[in-house]
Design a protein around this ligand. Structure first.
Ligand SMILES: Nc1nc2c(ncn2[C@@H]2O[C@H](COP(=O)(O)OP(=O)(O)O)[C@@H](O)[C@H]2O)c(=O)[nH]1
Ligand SMILES: [Mg+2]
Length: 245
């Protein structure tokens, strides 16, 4: 493709050294020319220790790292603010707790350059991928969920609930998003699937965070079904922003 630049979205809540390590690895392993910007997204619940680390990263790389305050709440609200702010040709979403291995960023970028119209998405269930220290009950339910949704959507994707993916920015900015909490991660793949967008999966290793805690609760995992089923039968015209119809 003629030009490529990645906007990397990093939502933050209670991460300190994990946030810094995430950014350090991205900067060490990727040429500056591949990166449009790293957008650090914070909200009113982001801890002050976490904000301090973000501030110092922004001060160290003022031409690259940009703060973005979310206006809608929760993880979905944070990523949606990042989607709107993104200026690169492609937008990569990940987390700051090291549960999305930053070493994979370079693989996403290489594949997105070769396949600019496609969504590249990471899977913990593919060969060479894995979960380290994941709650066994959650792991079992996760597997059932993934199998069920791959059948419902006629897709070979094996990890539709994991929020580590790179998209063409024009695509995500043309979609009408509705979820605010973690089920947003599923929404970001099922809506493009309904629009007929192609996907490529790469294996990844998930490791439990070493600091802070998840904003998701066990019971809230069942809320993924709602958006998953709703979008399956949604008219594709309703998926795009109204102004684009
Ligand atoms: N700005 C912002 N970041 C969030 C919010 N909720 C989660 N995050 C961040 O998003 C990433 C994934 O969230 P996490 O709670 O670890 O979800 P889980 O790994 O799916 O259990 C982490 O880096 C969090 O700091 C939120 O409401 N606002
Ligand atoms: Mg996490």
């Amino acid at each position: 493709m003629i030009s490529f630049s990645a906007s990397i979205l990093i939502p933050i809540m209670n991460e300190t050294f994990s946030l810094r390590e995430t950014v350090d690895i991205i900067l060490n392993e990727n040429p500056r020319s591949d990166l449009k910007e790293i957008i650090i997204i914070y909200g009113t619940k982001t801890t002050s220790d976490c904000m301090l680390v973000a501030q110092s990263l922004i001060t160290e790389h003022p031409d690259l790292i940009i703060p973005c305050q979310q206006s809608l709440p929760f993880l979905g609200g944070a990523i949606r603010a990042g989607f709107a702010a993104s200026r690169g040709t492609h937008t990569l979403m990940m987390s700051s707790d090291l549960e999305t291995d930053p070493v994979d960023v370079k693989h996403f970028i290489a594949l997105a350059k070769e396949n600019p119209e496609v969504i590249i998405t990471a899977s913990r269930w593919r060969k060479q991928g894995k979960f380290e220290k994941y709650n066994p009950v959650k792991l079992f339910l996760n597997w059932i969920f993934q199998r069920a949704f791959s059948i419902i959507y006629f897709t070979s994707l094996s990890d539709m609930t994991y929020g580590y993916r790179i998209f063409p920015t024009a695509l995500i900015q043309s979609i009408h998003w509705t979820e605010l909490r973690h089920p947003f991660l599923l929404e970001t793949i099922v809506k493009p699937l309904r629009l007929g967008i192609k996907t490529i999966e790469i294996p990844t290793i998930w490791k439990a965070r070493k600091e802070g805690e998840s904003q998701n609760t066990f019971l809230r995992n069942f809320e993924y079904f709602k958006i998953g089923l709703q979008v399956r039968f949604m008219n594709p015209n309703k998926i795009k922003n109204q102004s684009q119809n």
